[in-house]
Design a binder for this molecule. Sequence first.
Ligand code: F6R
Length: 366
Amino acid sequence: EKGGYEHFMLKEIHEQAFTVRDCMRGRIYPNEGKIQLGGLKDFDEKLKTANRIIIIACGTSWHAGLVGEYLIEEYARIPVEVEYASEFRYRNPIISENDIVMAISQSGETADTLAALEIAKERGATIFGICNVAGSSITRFTDAGVYTHAGPEIGVASTKAFTAQVTVLTLIAFYIAQLKEKIKPDAMKVLLTELDSIPDLIKECLKTEEATKYIAQDIKDINNSLYLGRGIGFPIALEGALKLKEISYIHAEGYPAAEMKHGPIALIDEGFPVIVIATKSSSYEKVVSNIQEVKARKGKVIAIVTKGDVDVRKSADFVIEIPDADDTFLPLLATIPLQLLAYHVALLRGCNVDQPRNLAKSVTVE
Ligand code: F6R
């Protein structure tokens, strides 16, 4: 049942080229530049006229929400807020009938997320779900939704469900953009054609496993680490850090790279590991200078870079190359080596990768 893999987590990491493909099946039509989301089509008017989208979730699903914020604001031009369900529900939130509240939950059973939706519904918002488990409580409670179709996720640390959530959010961003005519048909063709190629690029990313094994040997005995990213790379840094801390019990903190100088830089001394998302993007130069700041303090830099990169290689201790793609799709690619790195570090530390201590797959307590 583990398909020849040592752990469910490793199997699920390796499945991602297929799960992302499954998630897009029947939803994107690259040749026509069209996108179709059956689950939302009765709410097209609502999506066109919504004032605001509020995304609520916990843990890894909340990180997917942060990616969604970036994509929906970028393409659909609707303001998005991303909230921890547990904070939202206890805060007397201001919600109106023109708001869409979207819950993201792999299990569809997370108690805080469900309770947050109940409040949103009471206050008149339209509520959507992005869930993996069919027929789960959240799918039954929401007005509409989009399934992630990632298949059962057994490893407690979420991997393929996350990339499927990000895929759905990408589809939703494009779908609203299509409804609101924010993306011209030709541009949509280009975007969907690239999205269609992402499963193949994920396969390329899976080839970084050897590199991550090698780096894991080097960092397995660390106690602390910092993950940095900017823009759409920031939630990826958060997710990479969460994976490491969940399964290897190493303290890991994700931070927006530019915030480093406002505090975390004080942590950096000789050998302090800093994992940086440093792929080609509009903020590339800035990230390169963040790396130099770390190196000037003798920190150890592990950088995720775009294939063929030369600048980062000059200063980083280790580089992990991923294929070039538009920033829009970076989360679907850069996440993969971070999952593999966390897995191999945890393995070397003798941790129970599939069932980390103190964690449950579905958190039904509040
Ligand atoms: C992280 C992880 C948790 C869940 C969180 C929400 O790897 O698995 O942080 O993401 O408990 O769970 P769902 O998505 O089921 O609501």
